[in-house]
Design a protein around this ligand. Structure first.
Ligand code: CP3
Length: 348
């Protein structure tokens, strides 16, 4: 429960608790990354995994968008797949291809061989990044921690990388339901410890990324995924807002709300007000500009920003964000203009 509100709470945390804010707070998924020249400069010296595992550098990347864009929160620089590396599945971020898992988990016998993830020893570097970033940030800028939700992380472990149809994932789910449940429970336990470790290290809100959950039918979501996501959210340190995010979720929003979260992420495929009705007016929402809009100059995306703010109608509990991550080809000036635009159009 998010009842007591400390004085001087940053706007983004107030919005997550559906308290009044002086303007609509905004942060952007993938606000740190290759579209930013200062990120590319660091990446010239470190591989992506190296960057994630060097807390000093990862904390620096966490801060870059705050300094450059004027966003109302920082998000930890890490990746949703770091948690699977200790499973020994052979995680690699291949140039130009995104993540690759060299030894995917395809059969019940593969699942049976997996040992529990020793979170403190395998992921301590992430907690150190959180401590360094929190220490370097102004008190007015909350730090958001994150993890992948069990389904989305399992989909990478099973498919070995991104997928169009999630055929191997759904096949394991339907043909080997016990192995599926074991895999998701193993990921859920590790994810709970991982997020609580981030919270203990200084994360003031956490986002659970179920990016690819929109591939599922509502019935499959409720039967095979919801219980595991709910177990993660129920296991988190109380009082820290949880943002529950997915894409392609227009048909899943009420079920996602059942799974939990104080804020539900909305992608751009649904009107913000319709999405808000679907999750319920008594919780907060985050979203929901199409990231592709930012490729065009500000005058072109301003109507879409006005439309989103208009649909939010100044109600408590709206965090402005994109419906998914910033694209690599996005001009930094457009992103900066977006943040200023949201602040200006929403200030009251
Ligand atoms: O700024 C932030 O949002 C924080 C950092 C962050 C990264 N990944 C850094 C990253 C976050 C929150 C993530 C989450 C993540 N990672 C998700 C969920 C969000 C989403 O987009 O749905 C997923 C599915 C992943 C898995 C992943 N990692 C993919 C698919 C890729 C390839 C993306 C691409 O465009 O090539 C990555 C690599 C990755 N994660 C990069 C960054 C900055 C690019 C790596 C590089 O610098 O070469």
């Amino acid at each position: 429960m998010l009842s007591s509100v400390p004085p001087d709470e940053p706007p983004l945390l107030l919005a997550a608790r559906r308290q009044p804010t002086p303007f609509t707070p905004v942060w952007l998924m993938r606000q740190a990354g290759r579209y930013m020249p200062e990120y590319r400069a660091l990446r010239a010296r470190h591989s992506f995994l190296d960057l994630c595992k060097t807390p000093q550098a990862a904390a620096e990347v966490t801060l870059q968008p705050v300094e450059r864009l004027g966003v109302d929160a920082a998000i930890l620089f890490a990746d949703i797949l770091l948690i699977v590396e200790p499973l020994g599945v052979g995680l690699e971020f291949a140039k130009g291809e995104g993540p690759v898992i060299h030894r995917p988990v395809r059969a019940a016998s593969d699942v049976a061989r997996l040992a529990a993830i020793d979170v403190p020893s395998a992921l301590g570097f992430v907690f150190e990044t959180v401590r360094l970033a929190r220490h370097a940030l102004a008190a007015s800028i909350p730090l958001i921690g994150f993890a992948g939700a069990p389904f989305t992380v399992a989909s990478y472990v099973i498919e070995g990388g991104p997928s169009r149809d999630y055929a191997a994932t759904k096949r394991l789910m339907h043909e080997e339901p016990e192995a599926w449940a074991r895999l998701l429970a193993l990921l859920a336990r590790a994810t709970t410890m991982y997020l609580n470790g981030q919270i203990a290290a200084g994360a003031q809100a956490v986002q659970l990324f179920d990016s690819w959950v929109g591939a599922l039918s509502p019935d499959d979501y409720r039967e095979f995924v919801l219980p595991h996501t709910r177990a993660v959210i129920r296991g988190l340190t109380p009082g820290v807002p949880v943002i529950h995010f997915g894409t392609g979720t227009a048909g899943l929003l009420s079920a996602m709300r059942e799974a939990g979260g104080d804020v539900i992420g909305l992608d751009w495929r649904i009107d913000l007000d319709a999405g808000w009705r679907a999750v319920g007016d008594d919780i907060a929402v985050q979203g929901n500009l199409d990231p592709v809009a930012l490729l065009s100059p500000p005058a072109r995306f301003e109507p879409a920003v006005r439309s989103i703010l208009g649909r939010a109608r100044g109600r408590r509990g709206h965090i402005f964000n994109l419906g998914h991550g910033i694209l690599q080809s996005t001009p930094v000036d457009h992103v900066k203009a977006l943040v200023a635009m949201v602040h200006e159009l929403s200030s009251r």
